[in-house]
Design a protein around this ligand. Structure first.
Ligand SMILES: Nc1ncnc2c1ncn2[C@@H]1O[C@H](COP(=O)(O)OP(=O)(O)OP(=O)(O)O)[C@@H](O)[C@H]1O
Length: 860
C-alpha cells in the first residue's frame, strides 16, 4: 500500500530548491555487489514437415537433449549418445509467444521501467525461429510488440507530452519547456499535413494487440515518461541507421560509428531516435525501418538474415514539478533506460552453406562478430572464474562494441537460443547449444539500485494529490460554490490562507479524505471570501494611492521630459564640441607628426650638410695643398726659366758685346782708315772698296767691279763736321709724299726740307747730311716709305757729293686689309728680302754718290 502526504498547492513565490544528488551512474559501479548469470533460454521450433526427423528431445523445463543423427559428423565419436544441455528454461514446440514473452522479456520491461538496461539476443541458425521469436507475425506477435504493449499500457497515464524530452544526439536528452514542446508539436502536425503521410503500419504485427496486457509494477507516479525508438542494422561489420530520414529512398544508408558518451555508455553516433506515444506509432516506426532494411538489402544485394538487427526501446523519465503537471526543467534529473532487442544473423558455418563471393564475406563477417561475441563471453567467464583481468575484445566488432556496457555490468543480458530440431541441423544446433551453455556461465554484475532516488525536495504522490484536489474543487463547483475555481488564485504576500491539515493518501480511505478535503476547502473558501472583501477595500485605498502617485508621476515625467530635452541639447552640444576637439586633436597629431618628420628631415639635412662641409673642407685643404705644390713648382720653374733666360741673356749679351766689339773694331778700323787716308790721294772708291772688302769679304768679284764703277769719286777729307750741333740735314722729298703718321719719326737736327734741291742746298757748309725720301706702293698695294741717308762730302772741284750710308724703310699695313697669311708671309719675306737687299743696297748705295757742284750743273 502506497501512501503519500497531500499538501496544499504551492504558490509561485514558494521557494523550491531541491538539493542536487549525484548521478546514478557515478555510483553504479560502487554499488555493484551482486552478480547474475546471463540467462539463456532455449526455444525449439516445430518441424517444418512431418517427414523431418528430430534430433532434439526436451528432458525437462530446463534440460534439453541433442541426439546425433547418423548423418552427423560426430555420430561415431559420440557413440550415438545424446548430449544434454541445461538452460534457464526450455520452450518446446508448443510454447506460445506470450509464454516466451512473459518468461524472457517481461522482467526486462519491468527493469526498463525501473530504469534498468536490458539486452535480449536471439541466437541460432537460419530458419531456427529467431525473427519469429523476436518480432513474430500477424497472429503470433513476438517479444518486441509485446514489450511495447506492456510498456505503453504501464506508462499510459504518466506519459509526458511529445517533444518535452529531446535527444541531444549524444545519447542524452534535454528537457524542453512546455511552450517549446508545443511549438515542435505544431511543426510536426504541419509537416504531416504537408506530406499527407500514409499510415503504413505493419499489418502483420500491429493488427492484433494483446487484449490481456498486464500493467507492470514499478512505475513512479511522480515521473513523466517518454519512449524513444532506435533501429540499427549491423551488416558486414558496418552500422546503419534504419530510421535515418532520407528524401531519396534509393540512396544507400550512411555507415555510423559506435561511440562512448559522457557516462561511458556506448551508442551509435548520430542515430535517429524517434519519440513514440503508442504501440501503433512504435510499430509504424519499426515498419519504416524494415522497409529501409529491405531497400538497403536490394541495393546491396544482401539477405536480411545476413545482418544483425538491433531494435532499442529507450525509456526516458523525469520527475514532475510540485503541481504534478510539468516535468522539472533539470536534465540532471532525467533517467534513461533502454531495452535492446537483437535479432542476430544466422550462425551457420560457411562450409555448410557453400557460400562464395559476397555471401562468403558476409558469412565471414557474421561468424566474425558471433565469434567475437563468443570470445568476449568466454573471456568474461574466464576472468570471473580465475579472478583475472584479461582484456575483453569488445572493440573487435561493432556488435560487441555496441553492447560492451551490458557485459560490463550496466544491464541485464538474456539470450534466446533458437534451434531447429531437424536432424539435418544437428551439427549446427550442437554448436549453438555449446555456445549457449558457455554463455550462461558468464556472470553480469547486477545494477543496484536500478534507478537513483532523487532527494529533489518534492512531495511524493504530488501528482495524485493534485488530481484529488482538482476533483474536490470540481465537486464544490458543482455544488454551487462559485469561488471554488478561484481557490487556486494566490492571495500573495498580503494574506495567508489557513494551512491544510495533513492527509494520508491511501487507496482504502479515498472517500474519507475526499470528505475531509471538501470541508477544509469550504472553510478556505469562506476565509478567502473575507479576505477578498478586505482585499477589495485595501485595493481601493491602494488604487487611490496609486492614482495620486500616478498624477505626481505624470508631473514629474513632464518635468523630467523638459530636463531631458535640455540635457539632450547639452549632450548634442557636447557631442559637437567633442567632435571638434577630436578633429583638432587629430589635426594636432597630424601637425606634430609633420613637425617630427620635418625635424627628422632637418637633422638629416644638417647631417648631410656637415658631411658636405666636411668634404668641402677636405677638398679645400687638398686644393690648398695642390696650390702650394703648384706654386712651389711654378717658383721652381720660374727660377729655372729665369736662370735659363739670364744665361741666354748673358750669352746674348756676350754675343752682342762681342758683335759690338767686332763692330766697334770695324768702325775703328774704318775710322783709322779714313783718318789715315784723309789727305792721301786715292779714290774714295778704293776706301769704300777696302771697307766693303773688309766687311763683306766674300762679295762676288763682278758685283764689286760694278760697284766700283758706279761710285763717284769723293774726298773724305772734305766730309763736313758731324760734331753735335754742327750736323745739318737736307731732306729731299717728293711733293706727293704722304705723311706716314708713324710714332717714331726720324729725328733731324737743323733740317731743311726741299722737294727739288738746288746745288747750293748741298754745297753749303751747313748741310752735312742728306736724306732722300721716296714713297711707293708695294705689290700688295701697301705704302712703303724709304729714307736714303748719306753724308754730304765736298768734292775737290768745289762741289759736293753724297755718299749714301743708310736706308731706312717704313712699311705700312692697312688694318682693314684682310689678314692673308701668305701675303703676310710674303710681306715678311719681302721685308726680310729688302733688308737683305737693303743691306746689299746699302753697300750699293753707299758706293753710290751724288756728286754736286756749285755750278748750276747737277748730276745725280
Ligand atoms: N516456434 C515457431 N512456431 C511456429 N513457426 C515458427 C516457429 N519458429 C519459426 N517458425 C517459422 O519458421 C520460419 C522461419 O523462421 P524465422 O524467419 O523466424 O527464422 P530465422 O531464424 O529468423 O531465420 P533468419 O536467420 O533467416 O532470419 C518462419 O516462417 C516462421 O514462421
Amino acid at each position: 500500500m502506497k501512501s503519500s502526504k497531500m499538501r496544499a498547492p504551492a504558490t509561485p513565490l514558494r521557494p523550491m530548491l531541491p538539493p542536487k544528488t549525484p548521478k546514478s551512474r557515478q555510483n553504479s559501479k560502487e554499488n555493484l555487489v551482486q552478480k547474475d548469470p546471463v540467462q539463456v533460454f532455449c526455444r525449439i521450433r516445430p518441424l517444418q514437415s512431418e517427414s523431418d526427423l528430430s534430433c532434439i528431445r526436451v528432458v525437462s523445463s530446463s534440460t534439453v537433449a541433442l541426439i546425433p543423427p547418423e548423418s552427423a559428423i560426430n555420430y561415431k565419436i559420440s557413440n550415438n549418445k545424446e548430449t544434454q544441455y541445461v538452460f534457464k528454461h526450455i520452450f518446446d514446440v508448443d510454447s506460445s509467444q506470450q509464454e516466451v514473452f512473459c518468461t524472457v522479456a517481461q522482467p526486462l520491461v519491468e527493469g526498463l521501467i525501473k530504469g534498468r538496461n536490458g539486452l535480449l539476443f536471439s541466437y541460432g541458425v537460419t530458419g531456427s525461429g529467431k525473427t519469429y521469436t523476436m518480432t513474430g507475425n500477424k497472429n503470433y506477435r513476438g517479444i518486441m510488440p509485446r514489450c511495447l504493449d506492456v510498456l505503453f499500457k504501464t506508462i499510459s497515464d504518466y506519459q509526458a507530452k511529445k517533444f518535452v524530452f529531446k535527444p541531444d544526439r549524444l545519447n542524452g536528452f534535454d528537457i524542453l519547456t512546455e511552450a517549446d514542446a508545443m511549438l515542435h508539436r505544431q511543426t510536426e502536425i504541419n509537416s504531416r499535413l504537408m506530406k499527407l503521410e500514409r499510415k503504413d503500419t505493419d499489418i502483420e504485427i500491429a493488427s492484433t494487440a494483446s487484449s490481456d496486457v498486464t500493467i507492470l509494477s514499478g512505475i513512479d507516479e511522480d515521473n513523466s515518461y517518454a519512449v524513444f525508438i532506435t533501429y540499427v542494422e549491423i551488416y558486414n561489420n558496418n552500422c546503419y541507421d534504419l530510421l535515418e530520414p532520407s528524401n531519396n529512398r534509393n540512396q544507400p544508408l550512411q555507415t555510423k560509428i559506435v561511440r562512448e558518451d559522457n557516462n561511458h555508455n556506448m551508442f551509435v553516433h548520430g542515430v535517429t531516435e524517434v519519440e513514440v506515444k503508442s504501440v501503433e506509432e512504435a510499430l509504424n516506426v519499426f515498419h519504416t525501418g524494415q522497409k529501409r532494411k529491405r531497400m538497403g538489402h536490394t541495393i546491396l544485394n544482401a539477405e536480411s538474415s545476413r545482418s544483425h538487427s538491433v531494435f532499442t526501446i529507450r525509456l526516458v523519465q523525469a520527475p514532475v514539478d510540485i503541481n504534478g503537471e510539468y516535468v522539472v526543467q533539470d536534465r540532471d534529473k532525467i533517467t534513461v533506460s533502454q531495452l535492446s532487442l537483437v535479432d542476430l544473423a544466422g550462425s551457420e558455418r560457411t562450409n555448410r552453406t557453400k557460400n562464395t563471393g559476397q555471401r562468403l564475406r558476409e558469412a565471414g563477417n557474421i561468424n566474425n562478430s558471433l565469434m567475437t561475441l563468443r570470445s568476449c563471453l568466454e573471456i568474461l567467464r574466464e576472468n570471473l572464474l580465475n579472478g583475472g583481468n584479461k582484456k575483453v575484445p569488445y572493440r573487435d566488432t561493432k556488435l560487441t562494441h555496441l553492447f560492451k556496457n551490458y557485459f560490463d555490468g550496466e544491464g541485464q543480458v538474456k539470450m534466446v537460443v533458437c534451434v531447429n530440431p531437424r536432424s539435418d541441423d544437428y551439427d549446427e544446433s550442437a554448436h549453438v547449444m555449446k555456445f549457449a551453455e558457455i554463455t550462461q556461465e558468464v556472470q553480469i554484475a547486477r545494477q543496484t539500485p536500478i534507478k537513483p532516488t532523487f532527494d529533489n525536495g518534492l512531495t511524493p504522490g504530488r501528482r495524485r494529490a493534485n488530481q484529488l484536489f482538482r476533483q474536490a474543487m470540481q465537486v464544490l463547483e458543482e455544488n454551487g460554490q462559485e469561488d471554488a475555481q478561484n481557490l487556486e488564485i494566490d492571495l500573495g504576500l498580503i494574506y495567508k490562507l489557513p494551512s491544510f491539515s495533513d492527509f494520508q493518501l491511501r487507496n482504502d480511505n479515498m472517500n474519507d479524505i475526499m470528505k475531509e478535503l471538501m470541508i477544509c476547502l469550504e472553510d478556505r473558501i469562506r476565509c478567502r471570501k473575507r479576505l477578498v472583501e478586505d482585499f477589495d477595500v485595501r485595493q481601493k485605498e491602494v488604487r487611490q494611492l496609486i492614482y495620486n502617485l500616478e498624477s505626481e508621476n505624470i508631473r514629474l515625467k513632464t518635468e523630467n521630459a523638459a530636463v531631458t530635452a535640455t540635457l539632450n541639447q547639452d549632450r548634442e552640444r557636447m557631442k559637437v564640441l567633442e567632435t571638434k576637439i577630436m578633429r583638432y586633436e587629430t589635426t594636432i597629431d597630424t601637425l606634430n607628426r609633420r613637425i617630427r618628420d620635418k625635424d627628422e628631415h632637418i637633422s638629416q639635412m644638417e647631417t648631410d650638410l656637415n658631411e658636405k662641409q666636411h668634404q668641402i673642407n677636405r677638398k679645400e685643404q687638398e686644393k690648398e695643398r695642390q696650390r702650394r705644390k703648384f706654386d712651389n713648382k711654378m717658383a721652381e720653374e720660374h727660377d729655372k726659366k729665369q736662370r735659363e733666360l739670364e744665361n741666354k741673356l748673358g750669352e746674348q749679351k756676350r754675343k752682342m758685346e762681342s758683335h759690338m766689339r767686332t763692330q766697334e773694331e770695324k768702325l775703328r778700323l774704318v775710322t783709322d782708315i779714313i783718318n789715315d787716308n784723309e789727305f792721301k790721294a786715292g779714290p774714295v772708291s778704293n776706301l769704300i772698296h777696302q771697307f766693303n772688302a773688309h766687311s763683306e769679304g766674300n762679295a762676288p768679284q763682278s758685283e764689286r767691279k760694278a760697284r766700283t764703277k758706279t761710285i763717284a769719286m769723293t774726298n773724305p777729307r772734305h766730309r763736313r763736321s758731324k760734331s753735335v750741333g754742327n750736323e745739318g740735314w737736307l731732306e729731299h722729298r717728293a711733293p706727293s709724299i704722304a705723311h706716314p703718321g708713324t710714332v717714331l719719326q726720324p729725328y733731324y737736327n737743323r733740317t731743311k726740307t726741299v722737294t727739288s734741291p738746288e746745288m747750293k742746298d748741298i754745297t753749303n757748309n751747313r748741310t752735312s747730311r742728306y736724306c732722300l725720301i721716296t714713297q711707293e706702293a708695294d705689290t700688295d698695294g701697301e705704302l712703303e716709305t724709304k729714307l736714303y741717308k748719306g753724308d754730304v762730302i765736298p768734292t775737290k772741284t768745289g762741289g759736293a757729293q753724297v755718299v749714301f750710308d743708310d736706308i731706312e724703310c717704313l712699311t705700312q699695313q692697312s688694318p682693314t686689309a684682310s689678314p692673308n697669311t701668305s701675303r703676310k708671309r710674303k710681306s715678311e719675306n719681302e721685308r726680310k728680302t729688302p733688308s737683305k737687299k737693303s743691306h746689299t743696297e746699302i753697300g750699293a748705295r753707299c758706293s753710290t754718290g751724288i756728286e754736286g757742284h756749285y755750278s748750276k750743273k747737277q748730276r745725280v
